[in-house]
Design a protein around this ligand. Structure first.
Ligand code: GLY
Length: 310
């Protein structure tokens, strides 16, 4: 079996001036992650590399490019999980960290805990010598303008919410040639959220999950809805019941829409290398690399392909 990686750069509501850059960004991130697998790296290494590439790309709402909260601060959430051991690490409401996904991995590998939050997460980063960067260096001009023009948080799951608000959470799932899977998710959350608000991204079973017995998932979309239905685990429950990863994603996302009026998207891989990129929002930017090459899309039912350059 050939290794596979699938990444998303978040669900989107409408056309915007950053579409081209975000498609290029997910393609580059998928290629970076696949290159790790090709060199013999683990799926965990691959998803970390892919998510770091998107955290470093200011077009996405994660790391550099993260959105501002109600106080004009950047607070970020991230998760990483290894399907072989079910080990995971996460950080929430962390500030001044360029690559929250790498800090999440260090929580997994160097502590007895699974989630560190806020000041404790930052103290842990400092104790390991991880550089804290000034908030300003994470915030783009684009985000400053958007924040100034918004300043209020839309709390209702109205049509306006689902069509006007983008959540460019990033994430990746990967499987190696012997069926080990991993996932990672990273986000700045939702613009103008309350200080201290934690979304789905760092919560296992919600923003992501990985289990060699069923597959790996990374989610994007309205965090409070994803939390209510534990979206990542719900998708894998359908997989465990024998459905394909594509059908499982559709069923779980439709359940979230019907039950709590929430919209979102996900990328999924199975231990046998099946994969899917599925969404109930207007759009989701995604890319995948498998034995047939590089695949990508943004609008519903879009699946472009290119020769692999890695
Ligand atoms: N799905 C990202 C968030 O709601 O924070």
């Amino acid at each position: 079996m050939s290794a596979v990686i699938v990444v998303h750069g978040g669900v989107k509501a409408k056309l915007d001036e950053r579409d081209h850059a975000s498609v290029d960004g997910v393609k580059a991130a998928a290629c970076d992650g696949f290159a790790v697998l090709k060199r013999g790296g683990s799926p965990l290494d691959a998803v970390e590399a892919a998510v770091k590439a998107m955290e470093d790309n200011s077009v996405f709402n994660a790391g550099h490019g993260a959105v501002l909260n109600a106080e004009g601060e950047v607070e970020m959430d991230a998760l990483i999980m290894d399907g072989k051991t079910l080990s995971s690490g996460a950080v929430s409401s962390v500030k001044g960290i360029a690559n929250p996904v790498s800090l999440a991995r260090l929580v997994m590998e160097k502590t007895d805990h699974m989630i560190l939050t806020s000041r404790g997460a930052n103290q842990f980063a400092e104790s390991l010598g991880m550089t804290t960067v000034p908030t300003d260096s994470l915030v783009t001009e684009y985000e400053r303008k958007k924040w100034k023009n918004t300043r209020t948080y839309v709390s209702e799951l109205s049509e306006e919410y689902n069509t006007q608000w983008a959540h460019d959470t990033v994430g990746a799932v990967a499987v190696d040639s012997v069926g080990n899977v991993a996932c990672a998710t990273s986000t700045g959350g939702i613009r103008c959220k309350m200080a201290g608000r934690v979304g789905d991204a760092p919560i296992i079973g919600c923003g992501g999950y990985a289990d060699n017995f069923s597959g790996a998932v990374s989610c994007s979309g309205h965090g409070e809805s994803i939390l209510k239905v534990t979206l990542a685990r719900l998708i894998l429950l359908h997989v465990e019941q024998g459905k394909s990863v594509a059908e499982s994603s559709q069923l779980a996302l439709q359940y979230m829409a019907d039950r709590v009026h929430g919209a979102g998207g996900c990328v999924v891989v199975s231990p046998s290398g099946q994969w899917a990129a599925t969404f109930t929002t207007k759009r989701m930017v995604w890319a995948a690399v498998d034995h047939d090459g590089l695949w990508y899309g943004l609008d519903p039912n879009e699946r472009f392909s290119e020769q692999l350059t890695v």
